[in-house]
Design a binder for this molecule. Sequence first.
Ligand SMILES: Nc1nc2c(ncn2[C@@H]2O[C@H](COP(=O)(O)OP(=O)(O)OP(=O)(O)O)[C@@H](O)[C@H]2O)c(=O)[nH]1
Ligand SMILES: [Mg+2]
Length: 277
Amino acid sequence: MGKYAQLVIGPAGSGKSTYVEHLHQHCQAIQRSIHCVNLDPAAEAFAYPVSIDIRDLVSLEDVMAELQLGPNGGLLYCMEYLEDNLEEWLGQELEGYGEEDYLVFDCPGQIELYSHVGAIRSLVDFLRADGWTVAAVFALDVAFVSEPSKFIAGAMQALAAMVKLELPHINLLTKMDLAEDKAAVQEFLIPDPQLLMDSLSASTGPRFRRLNAAVAGLLDEYSLVSFVPLDITDEDSIGEVLLQIDMAVQYGEDAEVKIREFEGQEGQGGDDDAGLD
Ligand SMILES: Nc1nc2c(ncn2[C@@H]2O[C@H](COP(=O)(O)OP(=O)(O)OP(=O)(O)O)[C@@H](O)[C@H]2O)c(=O)[nH]1
Ligand SMILES: [Mg+2]
């Protein structure tokens, strides 16, 4: 069936680890096997079983103490260390996983990792060269859609990650259980550039009009920035998110073809039986 992986990315605190936790629970409930990978060297506690853990390679605490770096510099050092050890460390960790396996990578929240720092892109290239089909799952807090200007900032971050990673890409709007006006969120799921531009222009001075139009035009041109809502309190919502990701990477398509072929053969067999009668 192939080897599949999700790379769960997005700004700090956007709900990545919580999503991985609930995805793991959901997959247990539907008896689908997934393995969770912690790529956050600063993580302390997990609400899901960790199959592969970057802290076995490098820990932020040690790096900060030994190199006298702050939390951000320390994290970037850790990710560069991972980049330098993809083959030796991750390659070895992945040896235990094969054709039927599905990995979910819970990444750190520093947004520069998905824009101009190369470590995550190197990880993607490494996984793909190793035969993994990878999807990027970008988590954005629903609070980002409370105002058009915040939404644009979030959509731009999502777009930067899309362009940088060049992967099948799903944007999640997380923490939907906290959204006060769920109906108002709907218009941001597949954003209308004209509406965005109008509301941006209503809240900014005339000299920003051209910039607003250019930004809205950019989103329109890419027409890639759409969002799937995630409400962790609703099992169907998690199922829908997984379905969207499955479709993006064509997960299980081989299996479906096999089932269809099998059903077709059964039908033929039935006819033959009827013929024999
Ligand atoms: N109500 C609600 N709270 C959430 C949800 N997702 C995350 N949170 C809360 O938001 C905070 C951050 O969530 P995390 O899952 O740790 O976010 P993260 O993106 O993994 O954060 P970093 O790894 O630090 O970048 C925690 O206090 C979570 O309990 C959600 O869907 N609903
Ligand atoms: Mg996290």
